[in-house]
Design a protein around this ligand. Structure first.
Ligand SMILES: CC(C)(COP(=O)(O)OP(=O)(O)OC[C@H]1O[C@@H](n2cnc3c(N)ncnc32)[C@H](O)[C@@H]1OP(=O)(O)O)[C@@H](O)C(=O)NCCC(=O)NCCS
Length: 217
């Protein structure tokens, strides 16, 4: 009787206080080569970061509305951190920065890796494939740097972002016990984009660790 009571109390506690779940992880398989996307819409330009972009960059991230609070001071902190300055990309349309992402040097899988971070398209410019343009540019830049695994972190509710990543060739990581069920729940919203192979932790290591890095032995 007391065992049932204790089990019930534990189950109730788990239900009231669920363990925090990690963000979803996706890996770019190096063997796939650089991702390709169609041409940019006419009149737009893809370019990398230039000094002086800070206010417009902060404005784009802030206007995105889904990535927290941004101002120039925060962008400057990013520039002073793990961000790889030459591998930050923007789409420029009508003289404004309307899409961005870039490469960050991080530690992942117990070693150095490149994260593609802060993917954002201005709300008025979504649905034109600009997210894919900047992510593809950042992945190409990451693959041209000294070889390290390339990954992305994202959240279950970011269906548009997940579609972009899967279509570009990123593959879901299944290394956490929660991932398989979460991806299964996402499959309907993702449609065709979800029909890709996934990777467990060993698979992610094997497929993403460059042969000469010495970390996969
Ligand atoms: C994710 C984001 C960068 C995509 O940029 P984009 O240039 O609009 O991407 P695309 O034009 O390729 O559209 C992506 C797909 O999402 C779809 N989409 C848009 N809103 C959607 C929604 N609410 N639910 C489901 N799908 C949606 C688009 O229709 C398109 O899918 P389709 O080709 O099947 O129609 C942009 O939506 C964004 O800035 N989101 C907020 C910030 C964010 O989530 N960043 C990623 C952090 S990891």
């Amino acid at each position: 009787m007391s065992t049932w009571w204790a089990r019930g109390r534990r189950a109730w506690h788990r239900w009231r206080h669920p363990a925090p779940q990690p963000q979803l992880v996706l890996w770019y398989p190096r063997a796939a080569g650089p991702p390709t996307v169609g041409p940019l819409p006419a009149g737009m330009e893809l370019r990398s970061f230039a000094a002086g972009d800070e206010p417009a960059w902060a404005g784009l991230l802030q206007a995105n509305g889904e990535l927290g609070v941004w101002d120039v001071a925060r962008v400057e902190r990013e520039l002073a951190g793990d961000l790889i300055r030459v591998a930050q990309y923007f789409v420029v349309a009508e003289g404004n920065l309307v899409a961005t992402t870039g490469v960050y040097a991080r530690l992942r899988l117990d070693g150095p890796a490149y994260e593609i971070g802060w993917v954002a398209v201005a709300p008025a410019w979504r649905g034109r494939g600009l997210g894919a343009q900047v992510v593809a540019a950042a992945v190409r830049a990451a693959l041209a740097l000294p070889p390290r695994p390339v990954y992305l972190l994202t959240d279950d509710h970011r269906v548009p972002a997940l579609k972009v990543y899967l279509r570009l060739g990123f593959r879901p990581d299944m290394s956490h016990p929660s991932y398989r069920g979460r991806w299964r729940r996402l499959a309907r919203a993702l449609g065709e984009a979800a029909r890709v192979p996934s990777l467990d932790r060993d698979g992610a290591l094997a497929e993403n660790t460059p042969a000469d890095s010495g970390r996969n032995r």
